[in-house]
Design a protein around this ligand. Structure first.
Ligand code: COS
Length: 382
């Protein structure tokens, strides 16, 4: 379908597509097998200026919106969701600074993020705080000119690979969500180290690691926004980033559909290509219908968020649920159409199905997204 992209949007798509076709697709199976972080590809993405898309022009970026990031992520995910996740995590990690940071913090970090000289990561999740984001135990206490952080963050995307971390910590543990604040912790800060690297089912090229803060001392000016406003900034960050996760589902489902149609045209059984059987055609048709509906919703949601930044939650969660549940179904059906071949590592669809699963889990499970949509409906009709 023609979505009437501007010249700049088409340029972003073409640039990301070239990287996907020339760098990501040839490398993805090996990165997956070796659990290897795609450093060289991220450097290519930086050279192509894609890290700058969402950074305001005054800080060295392209000044694009959420819609432009979605377009780039969709294309990268068509090649590999692990690589696209590593790219996306830098945006997620720096959103708190963009949303609530001081001008000095923006001057200090955003130009490096835009050029890809440094990458960011987002440190919210802990062993006992996942869906219950307000349940974090990491603390930050004032001590002279410093904040002192103690705690362990778990399953942090780009952990150990990024240089800039937005860390959520309790500054007033008795105040619940109103007691949380966000800090920038940098690679090399005293008391900051990396723990276990996870061995995952899918998106194996992305790094998922623990962050350990043991009497980690950081300067006072690393507090992002006002003390006690961290939870709201976290919620806004996730509202902003979820359409990006949805777009990974779109790119992934497109890749799976491409593989399934190509195979169905070539595979001959009972003397005919299997695409001539209606059972297969109907599966492919449903995959294509759901994919295009998902794409239209993600694009509409991203555009809505760009023009109505105060009204993000419902559309953001809606598109995340729809596109990622769709990607799980479409990749599973692609494996089914390829049959025994689909189950083998020699064909890319088994990796696609493994990669799809995380999209329904990270950046808020799809059950939490439905809670958000339900709560917003409750408010709208009161
Ligand atoms: N934007 C702005 N403010 C928001 C908000 C949003 N999207 N969502 C909640 N808030 C505000 C509320 O208005 C409330 O403020 P007041 O205290 O002034 O009333 C405050 O934040 C607390 O909100 P609430 O009581 O709804 O918080 P809960 O602890 O019940 O959590 C959910 C709500 C479940 C939505 C939240 O915990 C969540 O998103 N969890 C998933 C986290 C996640 O995505 N984890 C994955 C890892 S991160 S990569």
């Amino acid at each position: 379908m023609d979505y009437f992209f501007t010249e700049q949007q088409q340029m972003i798509i073409d640039t990301a597509r070239e990287i996907t076709n020339e760098k990501i697709i040839p490398a993805r199976a090996e990165l997956d097998e070796k659990n290897q972080f795609p450093r060289a590809i991220l450097e290519d993405i930086a050279k192509a200026d894609l890290f700058s898309i969402f950074v305001p022009e005054e800080y060295g970026g392209l000044g694009g919106g959420g819609f432009e990031i979605v377009l780039a992520m969709e294309e990268l995910a068509r090649g590999c969701v692990g690589v696209a996740t590593s790219f996306a995590a830098s945006a997620l990690g720096i959103f708190p600074v963009m949303i609530a940071g001081s001008n000095e913090q923006k001057q200090k970090y955003l130009p490096d993020i835009a050029s890809g000289a440094r990458w960011a990561a987002f440190g919210l999740t802990e062993a006992n705080a996942g869906s219950d984001a307000a349940g974090i135990r990491t603390t930050a206490v004032e001590d002279g000119d410093c904040w002192v952080l103690n705690g362990t963050k778990q399953w942090i995307t780009n952990g150990g690979e990024s240089q800039i971390y937005s860390i959520v910590a309790m500054t007033d543990p008795n105040k619940g969500p109103r007691g949380a604040s966000i800090f920038v912790v940098e690679d090399g800060d005293p008391g900051f180290s990396y723990g276990k690297k996870e061995d995952k089912m899918g998106i194996r090229s992305s790094s998922t690691r623990e962050l350990i803060m043991k009497d980690c001392r950081i300067p006072r000016d690393r507090l992002v926004g006002r003390r006690g406003t961290g939870f709201i900034t976290v919620m806004k960050t996730l509202d902003l980033s979820r359409p990006g996760i949805a777009s990974l589902g779109i790119g992934l489902a497109q890749a799976a559909l491409d593989e399934a149609v190509t195979y169905a045209k070539q595979r001959v059984q009972f003397g005919k290509p299997i695409i001539s059987f209606q059972a297969v055609q109907h599966m492919l048709a449903d995959m294509a219908i759901q994919l295009e509906a998902g794409r239209a919703l993600v694009y509409a949601a991203a555009k809505h968020i760009d023009s109505h930044p105060k009204d993000m939650s419902k559309v953001s969660s809606m598109c995340k649920v729809f596109a990622t549940d769709m990607a799980m179904k479409v990749t599973t059906d692609a494996v089914q159409i390829l049959g025994g071949y689909g189950y083998m590592k020699e064909y890319p669809v088994e990796k696609m199905m493994r990669d799809a699963k995380i999209l329904q889990i990270y950046e808020g499970t799809n059950q939490i997204q439905r809670n958000v949509v339900g709560q917003e409906l409750n408010k709208e009709y009161s």
